[in-house]
Ligand binder design. Structure first.
Ligand code: NG1
Ligand code: ZN
Length: 537
């Protein structure tokens, strides 16, 4: 049974800050690190309960605030399959975090136990990791007390990328339970081994391309990418030449500062410490290495971004070609959000003839929709995404049969991709290898990749409003239903611009409303964004 005294005793170390109302949102709990100790302690408790509920399966916990400023931190729970926490449990997380007193906390715990018929005598297992933020160790200590309070067994994986934690959670539940050695080192080893081997297989004996600069946002991606590249070099020396920049994880204040995927995507400009000449290739990771964007500059100095939409187009295009060459009866679909550039949707639907669906913002929506296809490709424009292969697709790809040499080659490539892609979650390092292996196979430059379609000029602006909760949307967030009458006004403005498109939605991670606009020229697009923002304000 639950040891109420133990919980109360440990919980006393982490009193809830009275004035704060916590919400487990699209990115878990995320805010200034100073406000998070009580929350993280309670997340440890919830993870123990979730493990018991799921027959002692291992639950993952990641302590990170991704691309947010260094002073922020956050925490997310990972289900046994490596996927995000189930929705119903998000509300338990919110309830636990907001319990004002230790007695109330015990009551919430008891109600989760009874609502779920949790057998308290079962073993509970949890693995956890953190990014490089200075607040990490203190928060991990609070987490460990939470895990102890609920009498679960916790294993500390140390510093890891978010996707490494997702993958290792899946690995522990569905691959092998290691009997010896440190889990911290093992989590790195199984990850590097898997992805380096798959990359080796995917590039085959094609020629390498030019060097690529990778901006690691001064975060955890830097040391992990460096190690991964060593594994790749051991298998195939010189196939992938990378120069890692913004790799200082020790100097305070540098994480995500004027660098990283979010900075580059939002500002559509180069990160700190990178001067690119034309023909040079570059990419940026975010602070926990689950997002990536690519870019280069033209001869005339124009900055060209290859974002999540371009990654989706590249990978979906390559996959469908292999599926066709191999004569496999497999459906491939692409999932986007409203932020996908209109040109990318048109390219996917009209030229590559894919079914394309649009879902609300947030990885879990994309992930679930993508599971409806045999092969589901999903990417947010900001560079977070992956490809999911259903068991039906895997069976067909891995089944024997008599085939021509050409079909056999295509099947081998597809098999390599199923291993190269981190299917538990979007993964900047796995996506980097995926993109590079496709470009190597195609012998494409970034310029060639960029030319598959031309982005429409677009603008994303934040508007600070008094209460963002009055904004209610429908139609995958593309239409406002409240405040009443506002959508009609937006429609009128949009109609004034050639190829205009604009929508308004409340952010799920910041206290702002986001306005997105697109039009055929940069001037029109900016004017439209500005006017729509004026309506909202
Ligand atoms: P919100 O704040 O709900 O717009 C942002 C990103 C999402 C997703 C989440 C989670 C945009 C426009 N929105 O969501 O794509 O990445 O953060 O981190 O980029
Ligand atoms: Zn991230």
């Amino acid at each position: 049974t639950i040891d109420c005294d133990k919980i109360k005793e440990l919980s006393a170390k982490y009193p809830k800050l009275k004035e704060i109302n916590y919400t487990y949102g699209t990115a878990g709990f995320r805010m200034k690190a100073d406000y998070l100790e009580s929350v993280i302690f309670r997340v440890g408790i919830l993870a123990g309960l979730r493990s018991r509920k799921l027959d002692s399966k291992v639950i993952g916990i990641m302590v990170t605030a991704s691309h947010n400023p260094e002073a922020d931190n956050g925490v997310k729970l990972v289900d046994p399959s490596g996927e995000m926490l189930e929705q119903q449990w998000e509300s338990y997380a919110t309830q636990l975090a907001n319990a004002q007193s230790d007695d109330e906390l015990i009551n919430v715990i008891k109600s989760v136990v009874s609502q779920n018929g949790i057998d308290e005598s079962k073993k509970a297992s949890v693995v956890y990791a953190r990014d490089t933020r200075p607040s990490g160790p203190k928060l991990i200590a609070a987490l460990e007390d939470g895990i102890k309070a609920i009498s679960a067994v916790g294993v500390n994986l140390g510093i890891k990328t978010t996707p490494q934690l997702h993958y290792f959670t899946y690995y522990l539940n569905y691959c092998e339970k290691p009997t010896e050695g440190s889990y911290d080192e093992l989590a790195d080893k199984v990850y590097y081994e898997k992805f380096s081997k798959a990359f080796h297989k995917a590039v085959g004996d094609n020629q390498r391309l030019s060097n690529i600069y990778v901006d690691a946002a001064n975060g955890v991606g830097a040391p992990k990418l460096r190690d991964l590249l060593e594994w790749i070099d051991k298998l195939n020396d010189n196939i992938f030449k990378v120069t890692i920049i913004n790799d200082d994880i020790n100097t305070r204040g540098k994480l995500n500062f004027q660098c990283g995927a979010d900075y580059v995507k939002t500002g559509q400009k180069l990160p700190l410490a990178l001067n690119l000449t034309c023909e040079q290739r570059a990419a940026s990771l975010d602070g926990d290495a689950d997002r990536i964007v690519f870019y280069y500059v033209e001869e005339d100095g124009t900055f060209r971004l290859l974002d999540g939409d371009k990654i989706a187009a590249l990978s979906a295009g390559f996959i469908i070609e292999l599926v066709k060459t191999a004569c496999l009866d497999i459906s491939v679909g692409v999932v986007q959000t409203a932020y996908a550039n209109g040109s990318s949707t048109a390219y996917l639907e009209r030229e590559l003839v894919f079914p394309v669906s649009c879902v609300p913002t947030g990885v879990k929506h994309l992930h679930h929709k993508a599971q409806e296809y045999d092969i589901g490709v999903y990417f947010e424009a900001n560079g977070h995404g992956t490809v999911l292969f259903s068991s039906n697709a895997l069976n067909k790809i891995n089944s024997d049969g008599s085939r021509t040499t050409e079909q056999e080659k295509a099947i081998k490539k597809l098999q390599a991709l199923t291993e190269l892609i981190n299917q538990t979650v979007g993964d900047a390092l796995s996506d980097l290898l995926l993109v590079e292996s496709i470009l190597i196979n195609r012998q494409w430059t970034f310029k060639k990749w960029n030319s598959v379609y031309t982005d429409k000029p677009n603008r994303l602006v934040k508007v600070v409003v008094e209460n963002r909760n009055i904004f209610k949307t429908t139609n995958a967030e593309r239409t406002l239903v409240e405040p009443k009458g506002l959508q009609e006004k937006i429609d009128k403005l949009v109609a004034q611009y050639k190829d205009g498109r604009s929508f308004v939605r409340p952010s799920g991670t910041e206290d702002v409303v986001r306005v997105y606009a697109e039009a055929s020229t940069r001037e029109d697009c900016d004017a439209l964004a500005f006017k729509v923002a004026g309506l909202v304000y």
